[in-house]
Design a protein around this ligand. Structure first.
Ligand SMILES: O=P(O)(O)OC[C@H]1O[C@@H](O)[C@H](O)[C@@H](O)[C@@H]1O
Length: 365
């Protein structure tokens, strides 16, 4: 199993990762102006209201929206109705209707890019802890449950495309008694996931279907697997102002990112403002490129030892609209897109099949 594969039920043993050859990241952290000074707040609690469940017949859905092997609707993890995409290039993605959550994205070579936490459950008793959950209509903190309700509700299938090169599905979430109890607005959220060759594209469109204005915040809470959080880094954030939420997410402190490579040596919960069109996550075996349009912020999060069992194995790099709500007049629409691509480091690829080669026997301290 790849070091970045989704953990089945427990954290991946440390020893299972390929030899690391990235002392540069460790050196970079010494230049850092940013040192988290105390551990993250205790174990994270998801205080969510009961999920908005719906009973769906996957066979019926597949008959309606399935497109051969390019788009299939069937039971996924935990029996959850899930849309499976497979592109002609051989990449795959899985999107659970519960939460509209992308739970897997694999390259044609079978490498999992996303991460599911070992404490994730697939029984709708809480949001799926991993993959790409939605934060909507509140990033938080705020009046409603942390990260809103969209990750805790069943989305419907609104359409699918069987274009073999780039199969796609559109999921839809509309207001219901469940959502209006928390947020008194009529809305429609349409989330399109396209597997364009090996590139995972998303498009989130939110429409105010009410007769009064609404405001919301949001993010794609993307969990990415990393070989080791201490050798992972994020590029593209240098010079940006960020809000450090580790001590207090309600009253974050304001800083400027000085590092070219944002590395991890403690808990990080940072909202980077005025985010660039693209950031890169070095996950230890290559770069995950995260390009976006109209997501104005990037949230970088690692709980560190607050999640002792698995914190080394993932980093969240989230496309976000966290601090300044979008304001929609009746009938207005807000749209944001992302394109995520993974390019494997050629040396890593070589070392996977030649672990004893001299060039591969370089270790961090
Ligand atoms: O709800 P989850 O998936 O455990 O994630 C919680 C974290 O999500 C991050 O987006 C926030 O920046 C953190 O403050 C928060 O703790």
């Amino acid at each position: 199993m790849s070091a970045l594969a989704i953990a089945p039920s427990a954290c991946i043993p440390r020893g299972s990762t390929a030899p690391s050859r990235r002392p540069a990241a460790a050196a970079a952290v010494r230049l850092s102006a940013f040192r988290p000074v105390r551990p993250a707040r205790g174990p994270l609690r998801v205080r969510s209201q009961a999920a908005a469940t719906a009973t769906v017949d996957v066979k019926e859905l597949n008959a309606k929206y399935g497109k051969g092997s390019a788009v299939e609707v069937k039971e996924g993890r935990g029996g959850l109705p899930t849309v499976f995409l497979k592109s002609a290039a051989g990449a795959t993605a899985e999107i659970a209707l519960f939460g509209g959550c992308v739970t897997s994205w694999k390259t044609a070579a079978g490498q999992e890019v996303l991460y599911i936490r070992p404490d994730a459950v697939f029984d709708k008793s809480k949001p799926i802890s991993g993959g790409i959950p939605h934060c909507f209509p509140q990033f938080g903190p705020g009046a409603m449950q942390v990260h809103g309700f969209a990750r805790n509700a069943d989305w419907a299938v609104g359409g699918a495309s069987g274009d073999a090169a780039k199969p796609a599905v559109t999921l839809v979430l509309k207001d219901s008694d469940y959502t209006r109890a928390m947020w008194p607005h009529a809305f429609k959220a349409e989330y399109t996931v396209v597997l364009d060759g090996e590139v995972l594209r998303t498009r989130l469109a939110v429409t105010n279907t009410d007769d009064k204005p609404l405001e919301f915040t949001a993010s794609l809470h993307s969990y990415f697997g990393v070989a080791d959080v201490e050798t992972a880094n994020v590029r593209g954030l240098q010079g940006l102002e960020y809000l450090d939420r580790v001590r207090d997410s309600t009253h974050p402190s304001v800083h400027q990112e000085l590092r070219e490579l944002a590395t991890f040596r403690g808990p990080v919960d940072a909202v980077y403002k005025a985010a660039p069109a693209k950031v890169l996550l070095d996950n230890g075996s290559g770069d995950v490129s995260i390009a976006s349009v109209n997501w104005p912020e990037v949230v970088v999060w690692t709980p560190w030892t607050a999640m002792e069992a698995c914190y080394k194995e993932f980093v969240c790099v989230e496309n976000a609209l966290a601090t300044s709500p979008a304001k929609l007049a009746p009938g207005a629409e807000w749209v944001a897109t992302t394109a995520m691509a993974f390019s494997r480091d050629p040396l890593d690829e070589f070392c996977a099949s030649n672990p004893e080669d001299l060039e591969c026997l370089v270790y961090d301290d």
